[in-house]
Design a protein around this ligand. Structure first.
Ligand code: B4P
Length: 187
């Protein structure tokens, strides 16, 4: 059963690849960032809670994020697998995801780690800023998001490596090349 996580720094291509891989595997791609952005656009209570954190490049509080992910994973389309993009993002969220999956009688199958160097990441995100104008894609906030990744999310690699779940993927090169690398790396 495909229960996959994709992790990596901002701009590594998580969202880009998650959609493509999930489509090939016929499972839902669940992006916490996308869910937050949709709620911000629709001005829901969740969106109002998340907006300030996202605009500054900080993580949204775990209480908000965990509740949202638990509800999403309980939906019927996740029964046969899912690809989680952007969650978990800190050590506390790892524990919460363990609890959620235990409650569902499931476990993580594989963790895909997308790797790219910082300057490439900044260039990609500035490129997206020019095209899409996302509120957290300006250079100051991008550099802060990279710092938050190093402090909060990078430690997850060791945790999941100890469980034998991590596969590193080179995130550089054409988008389709990276997709092929990921498909070849799936167990
Ligand atoms: P995300 O939406 O996850 O944003 P991201 O880290 O920038 O990744 P994204 O998936 O959008 O970009 P990608 O690398 O695909 O998070 C945004 C914010 O939401 C966070 O800062 C936080 O505030 C909040 N949040 C989300 N999850 C949370 C959680 N669990 N807990 C708390 N807070 C949370 O792509 C970037 C750019 O690179 C794109 O323009 C793309 O076209 C380009 N690109 C991708 N692959 C490429 C390639 N191979 N070559 C060239 N360009 C490429």
């Amino acid at each position: 059963m495909n229960r996959l996580l994709i992790i990596g720094p901002p701009g590594a291509g998580k969202g880009t690849q998650a959609v493509k891989i999930a489509e090939k595997l016929n499972i839902p791609a669940i992006s916490t960032g996308d869910i937050f952005r949709k709620n911000i656009k629709e001005e829901t209570e969740l969106g109002k809670e998340a907006k300030g954190y996202i605009d500054e490049g900080n993580l949204v509080p775990d209480s908000v994020t965990n509740r949202m992910v638990r509800a999403r994973l309980a939906e019927e389309d996740c029964t046969d697998g899912f690809l989680l993009d952007g969650y978990p993002r800190n050590v506390a969220q790892v524990s919460e995801l363990d609890d959620i999956l235990t409650d569902m009688g499931q476990e993580i199958g594989q963790v895909l780690l997308l790797v790219a160097d910082n300057e490439e990441l900044v260039q990609r995100l500035l490129g997206r800023a020019a095209e899409q104008g996302r509120s957290d894609d300006n250079e100051e906030v991008i550099r802060h998001r990279l710092k938050v990744y190093e402090e909060e999310t990078a430690p997850l690699v060791a945790i999941y490596s100890e469980r034998g779940l991590v596969t590193s993927i080179d995130g550089l090169g054409e988008i389709d090349e990276v997709t092929t690398r990921i498909m070849d790396a799936l167990k």
